[in-house]
Design a protein around this ligand. Structure first.
Ligand code: AKG
Ligand code: FE2
Length: 297
C-alpha cells in the first residue's frame, strides 16, 4: 500500500542549527516566521545560515519586535551580500543605502501597490529586500507575498514546455521614467526620484532556475514586464495576462500584517509582493535595503 505523507512532512523545516531559533511556516506555499533572534546584534554564521536556508525554502521570512538603527539594518543586510542602492526611491536622510517606503496621512498613492518583484528591470535583479516597519497604520497596510515556485509548479506540462523557450523584456521606464503615467497623475512626486535614471530594459527567461534552491520559478510580473522577447506588446498581452491571473491566485499567497518593529526579508526571485493601499488618512513608514543579485538563467 502506498504510504500517504502529510503535507507537513515535506513543508516543516529541518531543525535550525541553533537550538534557540525557531522557524515556523505561516503560509502553505510561502512565508515563515523566525523567532529567537535580535537582529540588532551581528549575526553569527549559524543564524545567518538559518535565515538563508529558510529564505530559499519559504520565499519570505518574517521577524517581530526588532529595534534597528539604520547602521544595524545596513550591517544585517551586508551579511547577505552587497547592497544594491535603489535609484528611484527617496533615501533615508544620511543613508543612501536605505530606501524610504513612505506614505503620509495626506498622501493617496503608495509605493509597491502592484504585484511585482523588485528591480526586475535590471540585468542583475536584486536577490532580496529587507523591509523594516518604523510606523504602521492602526489597521491595514498589509503586504501580500506570492510564491512563484507554486505558480510555476501548478502550470500544465504543455505550458511549462512552451514557456521554457521564452524570454521577457522588463523595464523601469513606464513605471519610474519621465513618461510614467502613474508618476504624472499621482502624488508620488518627492518619494520617487530620478526619472532620468529609468533608461534600462533587461531580458530574463520567463521561467528561471533559482540560483540557490535549484527550483523553477515563474519570473514575469505585472509591474515591470513589457512583453515576450521577439513579440509585440499586443501579441504578448494574452499570454502574460493569463500568467498574471494564474500567479495571482489567492492560494499561492500569504498576507502579512505589520507591527512596528516587524521585518520582512523576501527572496525576490521566488516571490512577488504587493503593498495594500487601504489605510488612507494614516501614516506608514518602512525602511528598505535591497541586496544585489545576479543574472538569471
Ligand atoms: O510597503 C510595502 O509593504 C512593500 C513596498 C515595496 O514594494 C517594496 O518595498 O519593495
Ligand atoms: Fe517592492
Amino acid at each position: 500500500m502506498t504510504q500517504i505523507h502529510s503535507f507537513a512532512d515535506a513543508w516543516l523545516p529541518p531543525a535550525p542549527p541553533r537550538a534557540d531559533l525557531s522557524v515556523t511556516p505561516l503560509g502553505v506555499h510561502v512565508g515563515a516566521e523566525i523567532a529567537g533572534l535580535d537582529l540588532a546584534v551581528p549575526l553569527d554564521d549559524a543564524a545567518r545560515d538559518t535565515i538563508a536556508a529558510a529564505l530559499a525554502r519559504y520565499g519570505v521570512v518574517f521577524f517581530r519586535g526588532q529595534n534597528l538603527t539604520p547602521e544595524q539594518h545596513i550591517s544585517l543586510a551586508e551579511r547577505f551580500g552587497r547592497i544594491d542602492v535603489n535609484r528611484f526611491f527617496k533615501a533615508v536622510d544620511g543613508y543612501p543605502e536605505i530606501a524610504e517606503v513612505r506614505k503620509e496621512a495626506h498622501q493617496a498613492a503608495n509605493i509597491g501597490g502592484q504585484w511585482h518583484t523588485d528591480h526586475s528591470y535590471d540585468a542583475e535583479p536584486a536577490k532580496g529586500s529587507i523591509l523594516y516597519a518604523r510606523a504602521v497604520p492602526r489597521v491595514g497596510g498589509d503586504t501580500l507575498f506570492a510564491s512563484m515556485y507554486a505558480a510555476y509548479d501548478a502550470l500544465s506540462d504543455g505550458l511549462k514546455a512552451t514557456l521554457s523557450s521564452l524570454r521577457a523584456v522588463h523595464s523601469s521606464r513606464h513605471v519610474f521614467g519621465a513618461a510614467s503615467r502613474s508618476l504624472a497623475t499621482s502624488d508620488l512626486k518627492g518619494r520617487i526620484l530620478n526619472p532620468e535614471a529609468a533608461t534600462q530594459d533587461a531580458v530574463h527567461p520567463v521561467v528561471i532556475t533559482h540560483p540557490d534552491s535549484g527550483r523553477k520559478a515563474l519570473y514575469v510580473n505585472p509591474n515591470f514586464t513589457l512583453r515576450i522577447e521577439g513579440w509585440t506588446e499586443t501579441e504578448s498581452a494574452p499570454l502574460l495576462g493569463y500568467l498574471y491571473e494564474h500567479a495571482r491566485r489567492p492560494e499561492f499567497a500569504y498576507r502579512f500584517q505589520w507591527r512596528v518593529g516587524s521585518i520582512a526579508f523576501w527572496d525576490n526571485r521566488a516571490t512577488w509582493h504587493l503593498a495594500l493601499n487601504d489605510y488612507h488618512g494614516e501614516r506608514r513608514l518602512m525602511h528598505r535595503i535591497t541586496i544585489a543579485g545576479e543574472a538569471l538563467h
